[in-house]
Design a protein around this ligand. Structure first.
Ligand code: ARG
Length: 447
């Protein structure tokens, strides 16, 4: 392996150490960012007359060529290199000779890897946000499609009150919307270029950090150079965005795994996203959703792994930080796959409207509204609550529902109850009075 530090050493690292130390197999994924950041760096070196204009232009040309070549044929990213930075530099020395050897002037792999990762994280978070917004749209469209369908909602997984089916989707859309905002905030916070920090203490050359920052599309420069090469907060923030998305998707998965069981039978998942059993012929299992729930645990653990990596590190760069790539790529790929799958699962979700129509008349979902009715008739709420509780016991005993009791039966509990109670207990009335416009997240309109 051609290393970047031969002079100080009399012997090569053992093969065991070389393969233990290498990160090329993973960080080759940063090829575009490494080449782009190198182009910005040598452009600046030329403009600041640290290398000649000709050398700068030659390197810019060759780096652009390399970028195009890899774009067309990613299998070019191969060979016995320590990391992507060594690979690109070696290719430039091959192509430009001495000019190639000047590319690393006023730069260290410490600021180089930090800038590469920042560019990659910014780009990948933006793509993840676009996918999440796509998913929110699909939730909205499914909500529109199911606008008239009502269902029981739960606390403690016990029947609580009636809501429109689309209101459940609206709740999840609101969570995902916050995740999209988290991504925007994370990108804004990381939008400073570490390039020019050198190994840790800047460089003796008169470089122009502002120029490389602008060329790379950063809002500004990360000024303290010790901080620039030490900082992996931005990866932790990105992992937090992934974890939050995964946690919300996992809760959705849990809800819909329950809803798709025979016992609930509220929804049916498309065959495209279910699997069968090798032994039990009748089975249709919600594997896509279960995998989302399972993978959420992994992504959240990866956030924890990154915190663990960073919490004890002294200033500034330490090799432990190389692990950030394995952690981030795994979390990003998992989250991206889950957002895509959940979007498709929701798009193809079948809602069992007949079953839902039955369920909203069972389980005392209108008990709270009956108490509210009594309050409107002049009773204090606590008293009304007590009375309705007793009515529930009575109805349970008679194996019936509150709205199925006769008026005379109801009147035994409170003389305030009149004929209009039946309208008050009807699902349509409850919904009109219950879910107000300002209780909707804007994306699912027709609840
Ligand atoms: N492969 C290294 C990483 O990902 C690049 C930086 C190496 N820097 C160093 N001083 N050894 O962290």
């Amino acid at each position: 392996m051609g290393t970047l530090w031969g002079g100080r050493f009399q012997e090569e690292a053992s093969e065991l150490m070389q393969s233990f130390n290498e990160s090329f197999s993973l960080d080759k994924r940063l090829w575009y960012e490494d080449i782009t950041a190198s182009i910005a760096h040598i452009t600046m070196l030329g403009d600041c007359e640290i290398i000649s204009k000709e050398e700068s232009e030659l390197l810019q040309q060759e780096l652009t060529k390399l970028c195009e070549a890899i774009g067309q044929d990613p299998s070019l990213l191969t060979g016995n290199y320590e990391d992507i930075h060594s690979f690109v530099e070696a290719k430039m020395i091959e192509a430009c000779g001495d000019a190639g050897k000047k590319m690393h002037t006023a730069r260290s792999r410490n600021d180089q890897v930090a800038v590469d990762m920042k560019l990659y994280v910014k780009k990948s978070l933006t793509e993840l946000s676009e996918l999440a917004q796509q998913m929110i749209k699909v939730f909205g469209a499914k909500g529109e499609e199911m606008a008239d369908v009502l269902m029981p909602a739960y606390t403690h997984l016990q029947r609580a009150q009636i809501v429109p089916f689309s209101y459940v989707l609206d709740a999840y859309a609101a969570m995902f919307e916050r995740d999209v905002k988290k991504i925007d905030q994370a990108i804004e916070l990381m939008d400073e270029s570490p390039l020019g920090a050198g190994a840790l203490a800047g460089t003796t050359y008169e470089i122009n950090r502002q120029q490389t920052a602008s060329l790379l599309g950063f809002a500004g420069v990360q000024h303290n150079t010790l901080d620039s090469v030490s900082n992996r907060d931005f990866i932790i923030d990105a992992l937090h965005c992934c974890s939050s998305l995964m946690m919300h998707m996992s809760r959705f998965a849990e809800d819909f795994i329950i809803y798709s069981s025979q016992e609930f039978n509220f929804v049916e998942l498309s065959d495209h996203f279910s699997t069968g059993s090798s032994m039990m012929p009748q089975k249709k299992n919600p594997d896509a959703l279960e995998l989302i729930r399972g993978k959420a645990a992994k992504v959240i653990s990866l956030l924890n792994a990154m915190y663990g990596t960073m919490k004890g590190l002294p200033l500034s760069y330490n090799k432990d930080m190389q692990e950030d790539k394995a952690i981030y790529f795994e979390a990003l790929d998992t989250t991206t796959a889950c957002v895509k799958i959940l979007t498709a699962v929701t798009e193809e979700l079948k809602v069992n409207e007949d079953r839902l129509k039955e369920t909203i008349h069972e389980g005392f979902l209108n008990a709270t509204e009956l108490a509210d009715y009594l309050v409107r008739k002049g009773l204090p709420f606590r008293e009304a609550h007590e009375i309705v509780g007793e009515m529930v016991v009575y109805a349970l005993d008679k194996k019936t529902q509150l709205h199925e009791l006769k008026l005379e039966e109801m009147k035994q509990f409170s003389a305030a109850i009149q004929e209009d109670v039946y309208t008050a207990l009807h699902p349509d009335t409850i919904l009109q009075q219950g879910i107000k416009k300002d209780m909707l997240h804007s994306h699912v309109k027709s609840v």
